[in-house]
Design a protein around this ligand. Sequence first.
Ligand code: ATP
Length: 425
Amino acid sequence: MTIQGKMTEKEFKLEPDCELRFEVEGKKETVDLKLLSGKAEVFGTELAPDKPYTFFSGAKAAVYTWHGCTLKLTGNTEGTYIAKETPMVMYLNTHACLERLRKHADEGLNRGEDTRGPVTMIVGPGDVGKSTLCRILLNYAVRMGRRPIFVDLDVGQGSIAIPGTIGAILVERAASVGEGFSQEAPLVYNFGHLVPLANLTFYNILVSRMAATVQDKMVGNRKAASGVIINTCGWVKDEGYKSLTHVAQAFEVDVIIVLDQERLYNELVRDIPFIKIVFLPKSGGVVERTPPMRISARDDRIREYYYGLHTKYHPHSFEVKMSHLTIYKIGAPALPDSCMPADMKVDDHMTKLVPVEPGVKLKHHMLAVSLATEPKDLLTSNVAGFICVLDVDDENKMVKVLSPQPKPLPKTILILTEIQFMDSN
Ligand code: ATP
Protein backbone atom coordinates (compact mmCIF):
# COMPACT_ATOMS: atom_id res chain seq x y z
CA MET A 1 0.00 0.00 0.00
CA THR A 2 1.30 3.51 -0.79
CA ILE A 3 0.18 6.80 0.73
CA GLN A 4 0.34 9.79 -1.62
CA GLY A 5 -0.08 12.97 0.39
CA LYS A 6 -3.26 12.04 2.30
CA MET A 7 -4.57 9.79 -0.48
CA THR A 8 -4.36 6.01 0.00
CA GLU A 9 -3.50 3.89 -3.03
CA LYS A 10 -3.83 0.14 -3.04
CA GLU A 11 -3.52 -2.58 -5.68
CA PHE A 12 -5.52 -5.80 -5.68
CA LYS A 13 -4.87 -8.97 -7.67
CA LEU A 14 -8.07 -10.94 -8.28
CA GLU A 15 -8.23 -14.61 -9.29
CA PRO A 16 -10.88 -15.66 -11.85
CA ASP A 17 -14.51 -15.63 -10.58
CA CYS A 18 -13.75 -13.28 -7.65
CA GLU A 19 -14.93 -9.79 -6.77
CA LEU A 20 -13.47 -6.84 -4.93
CA ARG A 21 -16.06 -5.20 -2.67
CA PHE A 22 -15.73 -1.77 -1.12
CA GLU A 23 -17.71 1.16 0.28
CA VAL A 24 -16.82 4.84 0.06
CA GLU A 25 -16.57 6.23 3.57
CA GLY A 26 -16.87 9.85 4.73
CA LYS A 27 -19.29 12.57 3.58
CA LYS A 28 -17.21 14.27 0.91
CA GLU A 29 -14.91 11.39 -0.07
CA THR A 30 -14.42 10.03 -3.56
CA VAL A 31 -12.59 6.87 -4.60
CA ASP A 32 -11.01 6.20 -7.98
CA LEU A 33 -10.92 2.70 -9.44
CA LYS A 34 -8.56 1.67 -12.26
CA LEU A 35 -8.28 -1.61 -14.14
CA LEU A 36 -4.50 -2.20 -14.49
CA SER A 37 -4.62 -5.58 -16.27
CA GLY A 38 -7.08 -8.28 -17.29
CA LYS A 39 -10.86 -7.74 -17.59
CA ALA A 40 -13.41 -6.74 -14.97
CA GLU A 41 -16.95 -5.38 -14.67
CA VAL A 42 -19.01 -3.39 -12.18
CA PHE A 43 -22.56 -4.80 -11.93
CA GLY A 44 -22.35 -5.94 -15.55
CA THR A 45 -20.64 -2.85 -17.06
CA GLU A 46 -17.21 -3.66 -18.50
CA LEU A 47 -14.30 -1.50 -17.35
CA ALA A 48 -11.95 0.07 -19.89
CA PRO A 49 -8.25 -0.46 -19.09
CA ASP A 50 -6.38 2.34 -17.30
CA LYS A 51 -9.41 4.63 -17.11
CA PRO A 52 -10.19 6.12 -13.68
CA TYR A 53 -13.78 5.52 -12.52
CA THR A 54 -14.90 7.74 -9.66
CA PHE A 55 -17.19 6.52 -6.86
CA PHE A 56 -18.84 9.03 -4.55
CA SER A 57 -19.67 9.12 -0.85
CA GLY A 58 -22.03 6.31 0.17
CA ALA A 59 -21.26 4.12 -2.87
CA LYS A 60 -21.21 0.38 -2.26
CA ALA A 61 -19.63 -1.44 -5.15
CA ALA A 62 -18.26 -4.74 -6.38
CA VAL A 63 -15.76 -5.24 -9.21
CA TYR A 64 -16.13 -8.74 -10.59
CA THR A 65 -13.73 -10.61 -12.90
CA TRP A 66 -14.45 -13.74 -14.93
CA HIS A 67 -10.82 -14.38 -15.90
CA GLY A 68 -8.68 -12.53 -13.31
CA CYS A 69 -7.42 -8.94 -13.17
CA THR A 70 -5.40 -6.35 -11.26
CA LEU A 71 -7.17 -3.28 -9.89
CA LYS A 72 -6.08 -0.10 -8.15
CA LEU A 73 -8.20 1.87 -5.66
CA THR A 74 -7.22 5.44 -4.80
CA GLY A 75 -8.99 7.06 -1.84
CA ASN A 76 -10.43 5.99 1.49
CA THR A 77 -12.62 2.92 1.33
CA GLU A 78 -14.33 0.95 4.05
CA GLY A 79 -14.90 -2.81 4.42
CA THR A 80 -12.68 -3.56 1.42
CA TYR A 81 -12.14 -7.26 0.67
CA ILE A 82 -11.91 -9.80 -2.10
CA ALA A 83 -14.79 -12.29 -2.13
CA LYS A 84 -14.23 -15.71 -3.69
CA GLU A 85 -17.87 -16.80 -3.36
CA THR A 86 -20.31 -14.91 -5.56
CA PRO A 87 -23.58 -15.88 -7.29
CA MET A 88 -22.36 -14.35 -10.59
CA VAL A 89 -22.23 -17.70 -12.49
CA MET A 90 -25.89 -18.26 -11.58
CA TYR A 91 -26.78 -14.70 -12.63
CA LEU A 92 -25.00 -15.28 -15.96
CA ASN A 93 -26.90 -18.55 -16.47
CA THR A 94 -30.15 -16.70 -15.83
CA HIS A 95 -29.13 -14.15 -18.45
CA ALA A 96 -28.40 -17.01 -20.89
CA CYS A 97 -31.93 -18.42 -20.33
CA LEU A 98 -33.48 -14.98 -20.97
CA GLU A 99 -31.34 -14.63 -24.10
CA ARG A 100 -32.70 -17.96 -25.38
CA LEU A 101 -36.25 -16.63 -24.92
CA ARG A 102 -35.25 -13.45 -26.80
CA LYS A 103 -33.95 -15.57 -29.70
CA HIS A 104 -37.29 -17.39 -29.78
CA ALA A 105 -39.05 -14.03 -29.92
CA ASP A 106 -36.72 -12.94 -32.76
CA GLU A 107 -37.65 -16.03 -34.75
CA GLY A 108 -41.35 -15.38 -34.14
CA LEU A 109 -41.04 -11.74 -35.22
CA ASN A 110 -39.18 -12.86 -38.38
CA ARG A 111 -42.14 -15.09 -39.21
CA GLY A 112 -44.40 -12.04 -38.80
CA GLU A 113 -45.91 -13.26 -35.52
CA ASP A 114 -47.06 -10.83 -32.87
CA THR A 115 -44.62 -11.89 -30.16
CA ARG A 116 -42.32 -10.36 -27.56
CA GLY A 117 -39.24 -11.17 -25.51
CA PRO A 118 -39.34 -12.28 -21.89
CA VAL A 119 -40.99 -10.04 -19.32
CA THR A 120 -39.02 -10.74 -16.15
CA MET A 121 -39.86 -9.59 -12.67
CA ILE A 122 -37.40 -9.57 -9.78
CA VAL A 123 -38.85 -9.99 -6.29
CA GLY A 124 -37.54 -10.47 -2.77
CA PRO A 125 -37.45 -8.77 0.62
CA GLY A 126 -35.49 -5.55 1.25
CA ASP A 127 -31.73 -5.45 0.77
CA VAL A 128 -31.23 -8.62 -1.22
CA GLY A 129 -29.81 -6.97 -4.33
CA LYS A 130 -32.95 -6.70 -6.52
CA SER A 131 -31.94 -3.39 -8.12
CA THR A 132 -28.40 -4.68 -8.61
CA LEU A 133 -29.58 -7.87 -10.32
CA CYS A 134 -31.82 -5.77 -12.62
CA ARG A 135 -28.77 -3.70 -13.52
CA ILE A 136 -26.61 -6.80 -14.18
CA LEU A 137 -29.26 -8.48 -16.39
CA LEU A 138 -29.97 -5.25 -18.30
CA ASN A 139 -26.24 -4.67 -18.87
CA TYR A 140 -25.71 -8.22 -20.11
CA ALA A 141 -28.68 -7.84 -22.47
CA VAL A 142 -27.30 -4.54 -23.86
CA ARG A 143 -23.87 -6.14 -24.32
CA MET A 144 -25.60 -8.71 -26.59
CA GLY A 145 -27.00 -5.86 -28.71
CA ARG A 146 -30.45 -5.92 -27.05
CA ARG A 147 -32.60 -2.89 -26.10
CA PRO A 148 -34.61 -4.01 -23.06
CA ILE A 149 -37.13 -1.89 -21.16
CA PHE A 150 -36.44 -1.36 -17.47
CA VAL A 151 -39.48 -0.79 -15.25
CA ASP A 152 -38.91 0.29 -11.65
CA LEU A 153 -41.94 -0.18 -9.41
CA ASP A 154 -40.00 0.39 -6.16
CA VAL A 155 -41.57 3.62 -4.90
CA GLY A 156 -39.31 3.59 -1.82
CA GLN A 157 -36.16 4.41 -3.76
CA GLY A 158 -37.35 5.47 -7.24
CA SER A 159 -34.24 4.91 -9.34
CA ILE A 160 -36.04 6.55 -12.30
CA ALA A 161 -37.08 10.15 -11.41
CA ILE A 162 -37.55 10.47 -7.63
CA PRO A 163 -38.83 8.36 -4.71
CA GLY A 164 -42.63 8.07 -4.73
CA THR A 165 -42.79 7.36 -8.46
CA ILE A 166 -42.83 4.37 -10.76
CA GLY A 167 -40.93 4.68 -14.02
CA ALA A 168 -39.75 3.00 -17.20
CA ILE A 169 -36.81 3.62 -19.54
CA LEU A 170 -35.56 2.03 -22.73
CA VAL A 171 -32.03 0.83 -22.00
CA GLU A 172 -29.86 1.39 -25.07
CA ARG A 173 -26.43 1.58 -23.44
CA ALA A 174 -24.75 -0.21 -20.54
CA ALA A 175 -25.02 1.66 -17.24
CA SER A 176 -22.27 4.16 -16.52
CA VAL A 177 -20.12 2.75 -13.70
CA GLY A 178 -20.65 5.75 -11.41
CA GLU A 179 -23.99 7.12 -12.59
CA GLY A 180 -26.16 4.13 -13.58
CA PHE A 181 -28.41 4.05 -16.65
CA SER A 182 -28.94 7.09 -18.84
CA GLN A 183 -32.38 8.56 -18.10
CA GLU A 184 -33.33 10.03 -21.45
CA ALA A 185 -37.09 10.25 -22.02
CA PRO A 186 -38.27 8.28 -18.99
CA LEU A 187 -41.95 7.43 -18.58
CA VAL A 188 -42.87 8.42 -15.03
CA TYR A 189 -46.10 8.06 -13.05
CA ASN A 190 -46.49 9.87 -9.76
CA PHE A 191 -47.65 7.82 -6.77
CA GLY A 192 -46.70 10.34 -4.13
CA HIS A 193 -45.98 7.98 -1.21
CA LEU A 194 -42.94 5.93 -0.20
CA VAL A 195 -44.79 2.66 0.44
CA PRO A 196 -47.53 1.10 -1.73
CA LEU A 197 -49.62 0.42 1.41
CA ALA A 198 -50.20 4.18 1.77
CA ASN A 199 -52.71 3.86 -1.10
CA LEU A 200 -52.72 0.34 -2.52
CA THR A 201 -55.75 0.97 -4.73
CA PHE A 202 -53.97 3.83 -6.50
CA TYR A 203 -50.65 1.90 -6.64
CA ASN A 204 -52.34 -1.01 -8.41
CA ILE A 205 -54.07 1.37 -10.85
CA LEU A 206 -50.70 2.90 -11.74
CA VAL A 207 -49.08 -0.53 -12.14
CA SER A 208 -51.85 -1.56 -14.56
CA ARG A 209 -51.48 1.71 -16.42
CA MET A 210 -47.70 1.29 -16.70
CA ALA A 211 -48.15 -2.31 -17.90
CA ALA A 212 -50.59 -1.20 -20.61
CA THR A 213 -48.25 1.58 -21.80
CA VAL A 214 -45.21 -0.72 -21.88
CA GLN A 215 -47.19 -3.35 -23.77
CA ASP A 216 -48.38 -0.74 -26.30
CA LYS A 217 -44.78 0.30 -26.90
CA MET A 218 -43.79 -3.30 -27.61
CA VAL A 219 -46.55 -4.20 -30.08
CA GLY A 220 -45.11 -4.73 -33.56
CA ASN A 221 -41.73 -3.37 -32.46
CA ARG A 222 -38.48 -5.19 -33.30
CA LYS A 223 -37.12 -4.07 -29.94
CA ALA A 224 -39.92 -6.10 -28.33
CA ALA A 225 -37.72 -9.20 -28.56
CA SER A 226 -35.43 -7.68 -25.93
CA GLY A 227 -38.19 -7.92 -23.33
CA VAL A 228 -38.66 -6.14 -20.02
CA ILE A 229 -36.96 -6.33 -16.61
CA ILE A 230 -39.13 -5.20 -13.68
CA ASN A 231 -37.81 -4.18 -10.26
CA THR A 232 -40.28 -4.41 -7.36
CA CYS A 233 -40.63 -3.24 -3.75
CA GLY A 234 -39.18 -5.29 -0.89
CA TRP A 235 -42.66 -5.62 0.62
CA VAL A 236 -43.46 -9.30 0.15
CA LYS A 237 -45.93 -10.20 2.92
CA ASP A 238 -49.75 -10.07 3.04
CA GLU A 239 -50.96 -7.12 0.95
CA GLY A 240 -47.44 -6.74 -0.46
CA TYR A 241 -47.56 -10.30 -1.75
CA LYS A 242 -50.97 -9.67 -3.34
CA SER A 243 -49.59 -6.57 -4.97
CA LEU A 244 -46.71 -8.64 -6.46
CA THR A 245 -49.21 -11.09 -7.95
CA HIS A 246 -51.07 -8.10 -9.39
CA VAL A 247 -47.84 -6.89 -11.06
CA ALA A 248 -47.26 -10.37 -12.52
CA GLN A 249 -50.79 -10.42 -13.92
CA ALA A 250 -50.80 -6.85 -15.25
CA PHE A 251 -47.48 -7.22 -17.10
CA GLU A 252 -48.25 -10.80 -18.19
CA VAL A 253 -44.88 -11.72 -16.72
CA ASP A 254 -43.08 -14.77 -18.15
CA VAL A 255 -40.36 -15.24 -15.52
CA ILE A 256 -40.24 -14.32 -11.82
CA ILE A 257 -36.83 -14.33 -10.18
CA VAL A 258 -37.07 -14.67 -6.40
CA LEU A 259 -34.00 -13.47 -4.56
CA ASP A 260 -33.09 -15.01 -1.24
CA GLN A 261 -36.47 -15.95 0.24
CA GLU A 262 -37.53 -19.58 -0.17
CA ARG A 263 -40.90 -18.97 1.46
CA LEU A 264 -41.80 -16.37 -1.15
CA TYR A 265 -40.56 -18.72 -3.89
CA ASN A 266 -42.78 -21.55 -2.64
CA GLU A 267 -45.82 -19.28 -2.28
CA LEU A 268 -45.42 -18.06 -5.85
CA VAL A 269 -44.92 -21.59 -7.23
CA ARG A 270 -48.13 -22.59 -5.41
CA ASP A 271 -50.21 -19.60 -6.51
CA ILE A 272 -48.95 -18.93 -10.06
CA PRO A 273 -48.02 -22.36 -11.44
CA PHE A 274 -48.21 -21.22 -15.08
CA ILE A 275 -45.29 -18.73 -14.78
CA LYS A 276 -41.63 -19.82 -14.64
CA ILE A 277 -40.38 -19.05 -11.13
CA VAL A 278 -36.65 -19.13 -10.47
CA PHE A 279 -34.93 -19.00 -7.08
CA LEU A 280 -31.54 -17.28 -6.87
CA PRO A 281 -29.37 -16.65 -3.81
CA LYS A 282 -28.48 -13.09 -2.84
CA SER A 283 -24.89 -11.95 -3.08
CA GLY A 284 -23.00 -11.88 0.22
CA GLY A 285 -21.85 -8.41 -0.79
CA VAL A 286 -25.27 -6.72 -0.68
CA VAL A 287 -25.14 -4.09 1.99
CA GLU A 288 -28.06 -3.79 4.40
CA ARG A 289 -29.33 -0.25 4.76
CA THR A 290 -30.54 1.16 8.07
CA PRO A 291 -33.61 3.47 8.06
CA PRO A 292 -31.38 6.61 8.30
CA MET A 293 -29.31 5.33 5.35
CA ARG A 294 -32.49 4.88 3.31
CA ILE A 295 -33.68 8.41 4.19
CA SER A 296 -30.35 9.85 3.15
CA ALA A 297 -30.35 7.77 -0.10
CA ARG A 298 -33.79 9.25 -0.92
CA ASP A 299 -32.58 12.78 -0.28
CA ASP A 300 -29.56 12.13 -2.49
CA ARG A 301 -31.86 10.85 -5.23
CA ILE A 302 -33.94 14.07 -5.20
CA ARG A 303 -30.79 16.22 -5.03
CA GLU A 304 -29.46 14.31 -8.03
CA TYR A 305 -32.75 14.92 -9.86
CA TYR A 306 -32.24 18.69 -9.58
CA TYR A 307 -28.47 19.09 -9.50
CA GLY A 308 -27.11 15.97 -11.26
CA LEU A 309 -24.41 13.77 -9.72
CA HIS A 310 -21.55 16.26 -9.79
CA THR A 311 -23.76 19.36 -9.59
CA LYS A 312 -23.73 19.38 -13.38
CA TYR A 313 -27.30 20.73 -13.69
CA HIS A 314 -28.44 24.15 -12.55
CA PRO A 315 -32.08 24.12 -11.40
CA HIS A 316 -34.12 27.32 -11.22
CA SER A 317 -35.79 28.85 -8.20
CA PHE A 318 -38.51 31.45 -8.73
CA GLU A 319 -41.72 32.82 -7.25
CA VAL A 320 -45.19 31.98 -8.51
CA LYS A 321 -48.50 33.60 -7.57
CA MET A 322 -50.67 31.28 -5.51
CA SER A 323 -53.58 32.11 -7.79
CA HIS A 324 -51.65 30.60 -10.74
CA LEU A 325 -51.41 27.19 -9.09
CA THR A 326 -53.97 24.43 -9.51
CA ILE A 327 -53.13 21.71 -7.02
CA TYR A 328 -54.84 18.43 -6.24
CA LYS A 329 -54.18 15.64 -3.82
CA ILE A 330 -55.08 12.05 -4.68
CA GLY A 331 -57.02 10.15 -2.01
CA ALA A 332 -59.25 11.50 0.75
CA PRO A 333 -59.25 10.34 4.38
CA ALA A 334 -61.64 7.41 4.72
CA LEU A 335 -65.00 8.13 6.30
CA PRO A 336 -66.25 5.89 9.08
CA ASP A 337 -68.51 3.16 7.61
CA SER A 338 -71.59 4.73 9.21
CA CYS A 339 -71.02 7.99 7.30
CA MET A 340 -70.44 6.36 3.90
CA PRO A 341 -73.15 6.84 1.31
CA ALA A 342 -74.66 3.45 0.47
CA ASP A 343 -73.33 3.44 -3.11
CA MET A 344 -69.75 4.40 -2.20
CA LYS A 345 -66.84 1.95 -1.84
CA VAL A 346 -63.62 2.48 0.20
CA ASP A 347 -61.70 2.40 -3.10
CA ASP A 348 -63.52 5.55 -4.22
CA HIS A 349 -61.87 7.46 -1.39
CA MET A 350 -58.45 6.29 -2.37
CA THR A 351 -58.78 7.68 -5.88
CA LYS A 352 -60.74 10.81 -5.01
CA LEU A 353 -59.27 14.10 -6.26
CA VAL A 354 -59.14 16.67 -3.49
CA PRO A 355 -58.39 20.32 -4.44
CA VAL A 356 -55.58 21.79 -2.30
CA GLU A 357 -55.43 25.47 -1.33
CA PRO A 358 -51.80 26.70 -1.53
CA GLY A 359 -50.46 27.58 1.94
CA VAL A 360 -47.59 27.02 4.39
CA LYS A 361 -48.42 23.33 4.68
CA LEU A 362 -46.94 22.89 1.19
CA LYS A 363 -43.46 23.95 2.33
CA HIS A 364 -40.73 21.38 1.40
CA HIS A 365 -43.24 19.18 -0.41
CA MET A 366 -42.61 17.85 -3.89
CA LEU A 367 -45.36 18.60 -6.40
CA ALA A 368 -45.71 16.50 -9.54
CA VAL A 369 -46.24 18.45 -12.77
CA SER A 370 -48.89 16.34 -14.46
CA LEU A 371 -49.29 16.06 -18.21
CA ALA A 372 -53.07 15.87 -17.71
CA THR A 373 -55.02 18.86 -18.98
CA GLU A 374 -58.25 17.88 -17.24
CA PRO A 375 -58.55 16.87 -13.57
CA LYS A 376 -60.41 13.71 -14.64
CA ASP A 377 -57.20 12.45 -16.33
CA LEU A 378 -54.96 13.22 -13.34
CA LEU A 379 -54.97 9.75 -11.87
CA THR A 380 -53.47 7.93 -14.81
CA SER A 381 -51.49 10.60 -16.69
CA ASN A 382 -47.72 10.47 -16.61
CA VAL A 383 -45.78 13.43 -15.28
CA ALA A 384 -43.41 15.90 -16.92
CA GLY A 385 -41.34 16.47 -13.78
CA PHE A 386 -41.36 17.73 -10.21
CA ILE A 387 -41.10 21.06 -8.44
CA CYS A 388 -40.25 21.49 -4.78
CA VAL A 389 -41.90 24.16 -2.63
CA LEU A 390 -39.00 26.08 -1.07
CA ASP A 391 -41.02 28.75 0.70
CA VAL A 392 -44.55 30.06 1.11
CA ASP A 393 -45.33 33.77 1.61
CA ASP A 394 -48.92 33.65 2.87
CA GLU A 395 -49.13 37.42 3.25
CA ASN A 396 -48.23 38.24 -0.36
CA LYS A 397 -49.79 35.03 -1.68
CA MET A 398 -46.57 33.87 -3.35
CA VAL A 399 -44.88 30.46 -3.45
CA LYS A 400 -41.16 30.01 -4.14
CA VAL A 401 -40.35 26.80 -6.03
CA LEU A 402 -37.32 24.84 -7.22
CA SER A 403 -37.75 23.60 -10.77
CA PRO A 404 -35.55 21.79 -13.30
CA GLN A 405 -36.96 24.15 -15.97
CA PRO A 406 -36.82 27.97 -16.01
CA LYS A 407 -40.01 29.96 -15.34
CA PRO A 408 -42.83 30.17 -16.18
CA LEU A 409 -44.34 26.96 -14.88
CA PRO A 410 -46.29 25.16 -17.60
CA LYS A 411 -50.04 25.74 -17.27
CA THR A 412 -50.68 22.27 -15.97
CA ILE A 413 -52.17 20.69 -12.94
CA LEU A 414 -49.92 19.95 -9.97
CA ILE A 415 -50.28 16.97 -7.64
CA LEU A 416 -49.29 17.27 -3.99
CA THR A 417 -47.07 14.39 -2.83
CA GLU A 418 -46.03 13.17 0.61
CA ILE A 419 -42.38 13.34 -0.48
CA GLN A 420 -40.41 16.14 1.17
CA PHE A 421 -37.05 17.67 0.34
CA MET A 422 -34.96 20.32 2.10
CA ASP A 423 -32.75 22.02 -0.45
CA SER A 424 -29.38 22.70 1.17
CA ASN A 425 -27.49 23.70 -2.01
P1 ATP B 1 -34.29 -2.48 -1.62
O1 ATP B 1 -34.57 -3.06 -0.28
O2 ATP B 1 -34.10 -1.00 -1.56
O3 ATP B 1 -35.25 -2.90 -2.65
P2 ATP B 1 -32.39 -4.09 -3.11
O4 ATP B 1 -32.84 -5.46 -2.75
O5 ATP B 1 -32.81 -3.59 -4.44
O6 ATP B 1 -32.81 -3.06 -1.99
P3 ATP B 1 -29.77 -3.23 -3.89
O7 ATP B 1 -30.17 -1.79 -3.94
O8 ATP B 1 -29.56 -3.93 -5.19
O9 ATP B 1 -30.79 -4.05 -2.98
O10 ATP B 1 -28.43 -3.42 -3.04
C1 ATP B 1 -28.22 -2.78 -1.79
C2 ATP B 1 -26.83 -2.15 -1.77
O11 ATP B 1 -25.83 -3.19 -1.84
C3 ATP B 1 -26.54 -1.22 -2.94
O12 ATP B 1 -25.90 -0.08 -2.44
C4 ATP B 1 -25.61 -2.01 -3.87
O13 ATP B 1 -24.71 -1.16 -4.57
C5 ATP B 1 -24.88 -2.89 -2.87
N1 ATP B 1 -24.44 -4.15 -3.47
C6 ATP B 1 -25.17 -5.00 -4.21
N2 ATP B 1 -24.45 -6.08 -4.58
C7 ATP B 1 -23.20 -5.91 -4.04
C8 ATP B 1 -21.99 -6.67 -4.04
N3 ATP B 1 -21.92 -7.82 -4.67
N4 ATP B 1 -20.92 -6.16 -3.38
C9 ATP B 1 -21.00 -4.97 -2.74
N5 ATP B 1 -22.11 -4.20 -2.68
C10 ATP B 1 -23.20 -4.66 -3.33
